[in-house]
Write a new protein. Structure first.
Ligand code: PMP
Length: 304
């Protein structure tokens, strides 16, 4: 788990000034297929260490998908049942993956999104409080800690300490908080930025529009140097470009992070900007991301 590659983008960055580089941490290479393997492992370990997770307990959480996949994988490997409350509109593939690992998916109201899943999960636990261990990714310090201990040091090492900006999308905010904290400790001049959906109704699975959401307990906006609002349309266009210009098939939130990183990159003359691509795109093929993409027509070869 972890030790994922850091890839320098060379296609979508073509028009940037020569001394501005953009790097993407390819988190889809984790065994469960996303960045969420890191916090899921840390939260499992913490539960086992404190004894809150022990034989007879069922692991439960509300998750828009990737944390669920990671918990389901670990529950299966370690012998703990896993129940996951997921919004009814989470992609079919993610639901199937969760169930293939033997976990149980409990659907919450699709119109209420990830906040509806959080509320429904609370109700399920309240009805049977002794049965469950809840990793509680939105409030558990082990979530950002996983990134402080692994993602941050990996980026520092992979850029040989040259990273100038770190930018990640915000869902629980664990990635940007934990990684940002580590990098700022190494070099306080590193700018830590968050990419955020520009609207409460957005199609960026895994990301949160903070102003209209239940704010995660682990989120501290004061630690950020800035936020970049991203529209669903710009993020989707960037997903298509990454496929055609970089050979990378990624999810919506990677498109959003990449678009935001390029917005920052355009204004700089010397920079090494690191962003996170939280997962690959194969589990979103049935979503609106790809509805109507054929209208793009054939790819135009570089210089052609
Ligand atoms: N992108 C995807 C696809 C995700 O599943 C998540 C996790 N919700 C994120 C981005 C955001 O990561 P974090 O929770 O660490 O803010």
């Amino acid at each position: 788990m972890g030790r994922t590659p850091l890839l320098r983008l060379t296609g979508v960055t073509r028009d940037l000034p020569p001394d501005v580089r953009v790097w993407a941490k390819l988190e889809g290479f984790n065994p469960g297929g996303s960045v969420k393997d890191r916090p899921a492992l840390r939260m499992f370990q913490q539960g086992l260490e404190t004894g809150e997770l022990r034989q007879g307990k069922t692991v439960i959480d509300s998750t828009s998908g990737n944390t669920g996949i990671a918990l389901a994988m670990m529950g299966s490997a370690l012998g703990y049942p896993v129940h996951l409350v997921i919004p009814g509109n989470a992609s079919l593939e993610r639901r199937q993956i969760i169930e293939a690992y033997g976990a149980i998916a409990i659907e919450s109201d699709p119109l209420e999104g990830s906040d509806g899943a959080i509320r429904h999960c609370r109700e399920v636990i309240a009805a049977n409080p002794d049965r469950y261990f809840k990793p509680d990714q939105y409030f558990n310090p082990a979530n950002p800690l996983a990134h402080y201990e692994t993602t941050g040091p990996e980026i520092w090492q992979q850029t040989e300490g040259k990273v100038t900006h770190f930018l990640a999308g915000i869902g629980t905010s664990g990635t940007v908080m934990g990684t940002g904290r580590f990098l700022k400790e190494k070099n306080p001049a590193v700018q830590v930025l968050a990419a955020e959906p520009d609207d409460s109704f957005h199609g960026l699975e895994g990301l949160k529009h903070m102003a209209s959401s239940i704010v995660p307990g682990i989120y501290n906006e004061l630690e950020l140097d800035g936020k970049v609002p991203v529209s669903t349309e710009d993020a989707y266009d960037m997903v298509y470009r990454l496929g055609r210009e970089e050979g990378l098939l990624v999810g919506q939130s990677s498109g959003g992070a990449c678009w935001a990183a390029l917005e920052i990159a355009k204004r700089l003359e010397h920079a090494d900007i690191v962003t996170v691509f939280p997962d690959f795109g194969d589990k979103y093929l049935s979503t609106t991301l790809w509805a109507g993409w054929e209208e793009l027509g054939p790819a135009v070869p570089a210089g052609g």
